[in-house]
Design a protein around this ligand. Sequence first.
Ligand code: CDP
Length: 227
Amino acid sequence: MKKIIIAIDGHSSTGKSTLAKQLAKALDYIYVDSGAMYRAVTLYALEQGFISDKKLDTDALISNIKNVNIEFKKQGNNPTVLFLNNKEVSSKIRGMEVSNLVSKVAALPEVRKCLVREQRRMGEQKGIVMDGRDIGTVVFPNAELKIFMTASAQTRTQRRYDELNAKDETVVFDEVYENITSRDYKDSTRADSPLTQAKDARVLDNTNLTQSQQYTIVMDWIKDLID
Ligand code: CDP
């Protein structure tokens, strides 16, 4: 069976990672959450004090970017636990503090250059599912399958709110809505690698789809490509 690259892009909280993980497991492919890498750089900037009062010291972050080491390691049943400079940060990067700042960090061309280089290296052997905002347009423009995921903002907010609320009951629905819609706006309008649908991407609007319906649709696309 042929090994391919599966690039999944789309709006915030459309369930890209959930789908990507299911596909990687079924196909025995590597899964890479590129958003987690941008979130890790944002956490690094916060921890180093490069962000105060929501202001990012761009020069300080760029001159220290070589000191950021991001790794996905296997831990127990989970093959993709995120480590930032040898510290496990998987849940820290999901909080609202990082979510509210990540699009600012992700707009910096110097940050993107470093992470895209790393992402391409991970895909050299194919057999990879990567999700993000620029995977089918910039990172792997020749990916055999490109999926562009979307859903209504209300549906996406409800899903993310439920996920965050399970860990932290102080989360406010309107704050999650504001975060999702403002990230979409920033990600789609930035100069470097904006979120756009690749010309050859297949659109998956999952507002009214269950996870299993969505999985069946995508697996049918994949079967046609790998057989
Ligand atoms: O999980 P969610 O869809 O909310 O976001 P994410 O995939 O964790 O990505 C977080 C942020 O990282 C996005 O809002 C973008 O600003 C940035 N990002 C990016 O610029 N390029 C990527 N390939 C992936 C994420």
